[in-house]
Design a protein around this ligand. Structure first.
Ligand SMILES: [Zn+2]
Length: 93
């Protein structure tokens, strides 16, 4: 039985996922997924791979949250104040 972290790596190697999709696939909370992602980042680095992050974007104005370091989704757009934010997506490359 692979660990949750290994399952996350497997899923993200196959295709990109956001936190919600991972939480549904693995039946754990989004908060747990976010905390695992931090470690996934470190463990794939030791295999000369990396966790590629496709930043969250605003669905209204297209603002991209490029500089965001945290792995969770921002709640609103700093530019137009919209709350229609598309979650960041992750992939192991
Ligand atoms: Zn916006």
């Amino acid at each position: 039985m692979p660990t949750i972290r290994q399952q996350i790596i497997d899923l993200l190697t196959q295709e990109s996922h956001d936190v919600r999709e991972l939480s549904q696939a693995l039946r754990i909370s989004e908060k747990e997924v976010a905390s695992h992602l931090d470690h996934v980042n470190k463990s794939v680095a030791s295999q000369k791979r990396k966790l590629q992050v496709y930043p969250a974007t605003c669905a209204e104005c297209g603002f991209t949250f490029k500089d965001r370091k945290r792995l969770t989704k921002p709640s609103r757009c700093p530019k137009c104040r919209s709350q229609r934010i598309q979650s960041p997506r992750y992939r192991v490359v």
